[in-house]
Design a protein around this ligand. Structure first.
Ligand SMILES: [Zn+2]
Length: 393
């Protein structure tokens, strides 16, 4: 009997070790690999002209969810779509790092609620600290800390821009050190405020500069494109938008309901971005792209429209398809309003990762966009936007 007990204990121990290995190591990596998937493909054949132009560009992207995954961004990885070495290979000078803090159970594009919190399991499996398990605010703060840690490990080659001066100085240094990447911290939905306006100050102090108002569900600020009510700004939402503008933070209305976009446009003169989207008249029949009329208002206001690379946004996910939408957007809304908004590592399947962005430059050249315009949509528009709208000090 005693012997049996000893063996049972050993078996139990083994089961715990195997289970732990699976839950904490294998499961998170396999989810990451599966949802942030780059379709296998031959290396893209690109012209010498495209290579030379791309290598000389400052590429900038308005949205990636790199921080959601247990990958140290400083190192190169064979899964997912971004990390610093791959940004450098893609000539990326500036990347907005967004923080996903709540994933609804049964997520879809039609109607989601905050009833089931799938982030609990993801944060547990990725060994996030206990404070993040039940706090949406802490999940944003933890991801910001991870970006600051990456900055500390990057030997000066990665800079989180909090001010215009930070960005200007980093870009100046980049003229002699092409390895330098600038990061801007953003939220994907303002639910990390947990209904408290003072948490906006705390996010600001942690380095957040762009606030996405909604994600996949209606929150305390207002409706989502994929929520149940899909309503406008709430009184709290109005208070937050005003405070974002006062603090010289930036507004992102990707995922916001049509009424929220209208309400924000009516409430403030401040420009805003739609960080990751597609253009509805070119990629129809989907619940992800807002109507062209609203996009036009955002463009007229000096805002930016970040074009994504996944199917629901762009319909044709090839580099040619992405280039086609960039050119279409430039013709429709003005070349100064069009930007890149990859949504890399945001649970999207793409045909390229961030190291392969030269394929888009090549497609833009082949489709007849001028070199100065290519530079604009690939990064200069975004850089000009942040140089104008980040806080002075
Ligand atoms: Zn998103």
């Amino acid at each position: 009997m005693k012997k049996f007990g000893k063996w049972a204990l050993r078996l139990l121990g083994l089961a715990l070790v195997v289970g732990g290995l699976y839950f904490f190591i294998i499961l998170p990596a396999s989810v990451d690999r599966k949802v942030n998937f780059v379709e296998p493909h031959e290396p893209y054949a690109v012209s010498e002209r495209a290579k030379t132009l791309h290598a000389d560009m400052r590429v900038a992207d308005l949205h990636a969810d790199t921080l959601l995954w247990r990958r140290n961004p400083v190192k190169r990885h064979r899964r997912g779509q971004t990390d610093f070495p791959r940004f450098r290979q893609g000539s990326v000078a500036l990347q907005v790092f967004s923080t996903v803090t709540f994933v609804p159970g049964g997520m879809n594009t039609a109607a989601n609620t905050m009833e089931k919190d799938r982030m609990v399991l993801l944060s547990l499996a990725q060994a996030w600290p206990p404070r993040t398990w039940n706090s949406i605010y802490e999940r944003a703060m933890y991801q910001a800390e991870r970006l600051h840690k990456a900055q500390a490990q990057a030997n000066g080659d990665f800079v989180i821009a909090r001010t215009k001066t930070d960005l200007r100085n980093a870009l100046k240094l980049r003229t002699i050190n092409r390895d330098i990447i600038v990061g801007v911290l953003a939220t994907e939905g303002a639910h990390p405020l947990e209904g408290k306006i003072e948490n906006l100050d705390r996010l600001y102090d942690a380095g957040f500069r762009m606030i996405g108002l909604q994600h996949f569900f209606d929150n305390k600020l207002g409706g989502s494109l994929h929520g149940v009510e899909k309503g406008g700004l709430t009184p709290f939402g109005r208070e937050v938008v005003k405070r974002i503008v006062e603090k010289d933070m930036m507004i992102d209305v990707a995922h916001s309901s049509l009424q929220v976009v209208e309400d924000v446009l009516a409430l403030t003169d401040a420009p805003m971005v739609v960080s990751h989207t597609g253009i509805l008249s070119l990629c129809e029949n989907n619940k992800r792209n807002i109507p062209d009329g609203l996009m036009q208002k955002i463009a007229d206001r000096g805002g930016l429209i970040g074009i994504g690379y996944w199917e629901m946004a762009v319909c044709d996910t090839t580099p040619d398809g992405i280039a086609k939408m960039l050119i279409y957007g430039a013709e429709k809304f003005g070349v100064g309003a069009i930007a890149l908004g990859s949504d890399f590592d945001g649970a999207v399947t793409t045909r390229l990762d961030t190291s392969e962005l030269v394929a888009i430059t090549d497609a833009l050249l082949r489709q007849g966009m001028s070199e100065p315009d290519i530079r604009k949509v690939m990064g200069e528009n975004q850089i000009a936007y942040f140089l104008k709208h980040l806080p002075d000090e």
